[in-house]
Design a protein. Structure first.
Length: 161
C-alpha cells in the first residue's frame, strides 16, 4: 500500500502537488481555491484570507484571491490553451459569525466567495465546482494521484448549525 505525502496549505499559502501527494486545507471564511489539471498531473491549492488586493504582482502569494489566481497560473504554468482542461474548485467562504443586525452580503465569507468566483471566471475557467457560504467550516482534500477531491463540513462546537 502506497502512502501519500500530505501537504497542508496554511492561510496565505499557495502550493502545488503531483501524483503521490495530497493537498489539504481547513477553511472558515477563507477560500480554498483549487486548480486541478489531471492531464498534466499537476494540482494547486491556495488558502485565501481576503478578496482582492488591488495590486497583483509576480509574487507567489495566496493571501488575496486575485493574487492567488495569478500565483496558481504561474506555478502550474497554465497557458491560454490549457484553460479548457482545468477544473476549478471554490470551497469555504463561510460566515462563521452571523450577527443578527448584519447583512450577510457584507460578511467576509460572502465577499471572499464572490471575489473568487469572479476571478476564476475572468481567467476563463468554466468548469467550476463551488461549495461556499453557510455557517460551517470545511476541509478540502485533493488527491493528486486520482485527481479526485473531497469537501467535508466541520460541525460547529456544541453541534448547532
Amino acid at each position: 500500500m502506497t502512502t501519500l505525502r500530505k501537504i497542508h496549505v496554511q492561510i496565505g499559502e499557495v502550493k502545488t502537488a503531483r501524483p503521490g501527494e495530497v493537498l489539504t486545507a481547513i477553511l472558515g471564511s477563507c477560500i480554498g481555491l483549487g486548480f486541478l489539471y489531471p492531464a498534466r498531473g499537476i494540482y494547486g491549492l491556495a488558502h485565501c484570507l481576503l478578496s482582492d488586493s488591488g495590486k497583483v504582482s509576480e509574487k507567489i502569494d495566496g493571501r488575496h484571491v486575485d493574487q492567488a489566481v495569478r500565483s496558481l497560473v504561474s506555478l502550474m504554468e497554465i497557458g491560454t490553451t490549457d484553460k479548457k482542461h482545468i477544473k476549478a474548485i471554490l470551497v469555504g467562504g463561510a460566515n462563521m459569525t452571523m450577527p443578527p443586525d448584519t447583512d450577510p452580503k457584507r460578511l467576509v465569507g460572502t465577499t471572499n466567495s464572490g471575489s473568487a468566483y469572479r476571478a476564476v471566471r475572468k481567467l476563463g475557467l468554466r468548469n467550476i465546482y463551488e461549495d461556499t457560504g453557510g455557517v460551517l467550516g470545511r476541509q478540502v482534500t485533493i488527491d493528486c494521484t486520482t485527481g479526485e477531491f473531497e469537501v467535508m463540513q466541520i460541525p460547529r462546537l456544541g453541534g448547532k448549525t
